[in-house]
Design a binder for this molecule. Structure first.
Ligand code: FRU
Length: 325
């Protein structure tokens, strides 16, 4: 049985402001709405590992029954996650990892695999050529894993060479600043792999500013639906492809309640990825629109139910009064 009324879940997010993480939180809230009595404590560390450690400590002081965390950088957050786990508080690690296997469950896609798929996509489409890689924040696990997968895949293509690698830290401004430092490599590049769509879009701007007379293929990661997301950028040919990176928000909350209710759960919950390019982007957009419409229907039904509940409650009140008098 679900005893949600007693539960407080803490969610420590490394940064909350971008589209991908706003989506993660929306998914969580949607799933949490099925557990109306649970408490949810949310903290956004604003890209700072130091701040994130502090916020987790505050949550522990506050008293949480379970911690969900997306660690900004693996190494700095390992200690606090291990301490939490060793206190007997279950920890669900989402998207980014620590450097330790002391956690209760992990939810997220396989970032090594995503890097590998990006490398294979470029290798198979290009045959030969020069590559620029725009990596995420050094020390954050998806950057490390996407980079490893990408290099391993490209090692199998003898005529493809990575000419420049820069750290864009997952951010538009940082990526652009770094890219202007490797201008000559951009001029001879045939493809560019950015570790997320924010940096992929930013890279396209830089390439456009250089007025190159050849097309540079740009790949990103996330493939978010909605305004400014990767799906839209692929559809409008701003970028050539993106790899789906599910946020795992819903799965984190369902796993949390399984753990809290002492039900069976898996430690590793690996979500699927997929390459989106011009061949399948319309299909993906259609599917997403359909889900979005269904979601709106559900919300309409919920508010209707709520109205009826209120009508019913006021009738109950009348009935009660009749019984009493
Ligand atoms: C969002 C983000 C995503 C990326 C993920 C990696 O903050 O940068 O774009 O896929 O984090 O952890």
């Amino acid at each position: 049985a679900d005893k949600t009324s007693q539960y407080t879940i803490g969610f420590s997010q490394c940064v909350g402001s971008d589209l991908w993480r706003r989506n993660m939180l929306d998914e969580m809230k949607m799933e949490l709405s099925l557990h109306p009595d649970a408490r949810f404590i949310y903290a956004d560390a604003d890209n700072s590992s130091k701040k994130q450690i502090k916020q987790v400590k505050q949550m522990l002081d506050e008293g949480i029954d379970l911690l969900i965390i997306s660690p900004n950088e693996a190494q700095p957050l390992t200690g606090i996650v291990e301490q939490t786990y060793n206190k007997g508080i279950p920890v669900i690690v989402i998207d980014r990892k620590t450097s330790s296997d002391l956690y209760t469950a992990y939810v997220g896609a396989d970032n090594y695999q995503i890097g590998k798929m990006a490398g294979e996509y470029i290798g198979n489409n290009l045959g030969k050529g020069n590559i620029v890689e725009v990596m995420g924040l050094p020390g954050s696990s998806p950057a490390i894993e996407r980079h490893r997968g990408f290099s391993d895949a490209l090692a199998k293509f003898n005529n493809i060479h990575i000419k420049a690698q820069v750290y864009g830290d997952w951010l538009k401004d940082h990526a652009q600043k770094q890219l202007y430092q490797v201008k000559p490599d951009l001029k001879t590049a045939d493809a560019l792999f950015a570790h997320n769509d924010v940096m992929a879009g930013a890279s396209r701007e830089v390439l456009n500013n250089l007025h190159l007379n050849h097309h540079v293929k740009v790949l990103g990661v996330d493939a978010m639906p909605g305004a400014g997301g990767g799906l839209q950028m692929v559809a409008s040919k701003t970028i050539d492809a993106s790899l789906v990176y599910p946020t795992g928000g819903k799965e984190a909350i369902t796993t949390a309640f399984r753990i809290l209710n002492k039900e069976a759960f898996s430690k590793e919950n690996i979500l699927q990825s997929l390459v989106i390019d011009s061949t399948n982007v319309q299909l993906m957009k259609m599917q997403w629109n359909k889900i979005n419409n269904q979601q709106k229907d559900i919300e309409r039904q919920q508010s209707l139910l709520e109205e009826q509940r209120q009508v019913y409650n006021s009738q109950q009140l009348v009935l009660n009064i009749i019984v009493i008098t």
